[in-house]
Ligand binder design. Structure first.
Ligand code: SF4
Length: 134
């Protein structure tokens, strides 16, 4: 589960996206949190945008795509038998069908793109266990 949904203050600005309804729903389950951006960049950090399928830092211009993809691969290898994966919507990393994608000039190309982490998870898990939370 995206760690920010669990209440971990791991968003770029040090805040969380606690989803108490989901936390209550999963009270009897073992939950494995992940935050690919924090693992790579720490918190707080620069914001990232999805630019033509790449994860680009808004301040540095650095391309984090491969690092985020590797985080997803490592996570999937370490956790092959999951019942469900809950992903934070709209994130350029975790968004499943709701990430905003831009061109090089920041024109919006899509608001239904997959973030880099979610896109990689789709290769490793059955589609029906991947769920998105707003
Ligand atoms: S959406 Fe994903 S990358 Fe962003 S803070 Fe939450 S867990 Fe981390």
């Amino acid at each position: 589960m995206s760690a920010c949904l669990l209440g971990r203050p791991c968003r770029y600005d040090g805040r969380d996206k606690r989803d108490q309804e989901l936390i209550d729903e999963l009270a009897d389950w073992e939950v494995v949190p992940f935050c690919p951006e924090e693992a790579i960049l720490g918190t707080p950090r620069e914001t990232i945008d999805l630019v033509r399928g790449r994860a680009i830092g808004n301040e540095s211009g650095r391309d984090y795509t491969e690092a985020i993809r590797r985080e997803a691969e490592d996570f999937a290898r370490a956790n092959p038998d999951l019942e469900a994966i809950y992903l934070k919507a709209k994130s350029p990393s975790c968004g499943l069908t709701s990430a905003r994608e831009y061109d090089e000039n920041k024109n919006l190309l899509s608001h239904r793109a997959s973030g880099i982490f979610a896109k990689e998870l789709k290769k490793w898990y059955k589609r029906d266990i991947l769920k998105e939370r707003r």
